[in-house]
Design a protein around this ligand. Structure first.
Ligand SMILES: N[C@@H](CCC(=O)N[C@@H](CS)C(=O)NCC(=O)O)C(=O)O
Length: 269
């Protein structure tokens, strides 16, 4: 786990810039997303800290392109300053005793709030961010039918799309025998659930119509996880268009670049 903040504190030395740390990671053969390697020293510092003067900022445990992307995007859309703490991946996922102290499940994202409290699980984090900034209108008021529909589709996406993606990425965790069957079945499962989402999606620009919601930010992230981009464009053109609109929102665009590179889809990184 690499915390740019901690390194700054411990060494108090300008040589320990994010770029130097990234170079060290690459030299050690650690997995570093290509879009991070391309950063220059100025853009790297900016990339790691979405600061707002001296205001205290929250910290997000991240790995570019992973489940932390939706939390970054929500915070950027809400104009909340934050700092990224890079968590390293091994082939089997995250194996990091330091990070396990933050999230015993050893999964990204984890959000450290201003008061030091820690929140994990994308659904909980996104809903908390939206609810604690009601003026932005990312979530309908609790108790309304609109809110129940938002909850319905957020849970649908978490339990079907996210969990399906995890079975595609870590099939060995779901099988005692040949994990390839799990992966193949998960691919079909995810596509079938995207078809259901497409059927429920409005004609745009967003899932529920004219207004951006936290669900659109969640979906933007998952659409970017597709390598077979043409397939998903055919299966759910409305959701892909929605993701494109989210990607181009001025506050989210830099988060998109950091996590997914120039275009839409994993292949563009
Ligand atoms: N249910 C969790 C899932 C989080 C999750 O699976 N994160 C992935 C990154 S996309 C992860 O940390 N994988 C590493 C691992 O499981 O070892 C959530 O919604 O936050």
């Amino acid at each position: 786990m690499v915390s740019i903040y901690d390194v700054d504190q411990v060494h108090g030395h300008p040589a320990f810039t994010p770029v130097v740390i990234l170079r060290e990671l690459v030299a050690k053969g650690k997995t570093v997303a290509p879009q991070l390697i391309r950063l220059t020293s100025e853009t790297a510092t900016a990339a790691f800290r979405f600061t707002d003067g001296d205001k205290a900022f929250m910290k997000i445990y991240v790995n570019p392109g992973s489940g932390s992307a939706c939390v970054e995007a929500a915070m950027a859309e809400l104009a909340l300053p934050f700092e990224r703490i890079l968590v390293d991946y091994s082939e089997d996922g995250i194996v990091d005793p330091e990070f396990a102290k933050v999230n015993p499940r050893c999964q990204i994202p984890a959000l450290i709030l201003d008061d030091g409290e820690c929140l994990t699980e994308t659904l909980a984090i996104l809903m908390h961010l939206a609810d604690s900034h009601p003026q932005a209108g990312l979530a309908a008021t609790p108790g309304t039918f609109e809110r129940a529909k938002l909850n319905q589709w957020m849970s649908f996406v978490l339990s079907n799309i996210y969990e399906g993606e995890l079975r595609k990425n870590y099939p060995q965790r779901y099988a005692t025998g040949d994990p390839h069957y799990v992966e193949a079945a998960a691919e079909v499962f995810v596509i079938n659930n995207y078809k259901i989402l497409e059927g429920a999606c409005s004609n745009g620009p967003y899932f529920f119509g004219n207004d951006l919601s936290i669900l659109d930010i969640y979906l933007w992230m998952f659409i970017n996880w597709f390598e077979e981009f043409e397939e998903i464009t055919v299966v759910c053109p409305k959701i892909v268009r929605l993701a494109e609109t989210v990607m181009n929102r001025p506050r989210i665009a830099p988060v998109h670049l950091f996590n997914f590179g120039d275009g839409l889809g994993w292949g563009s990184a």
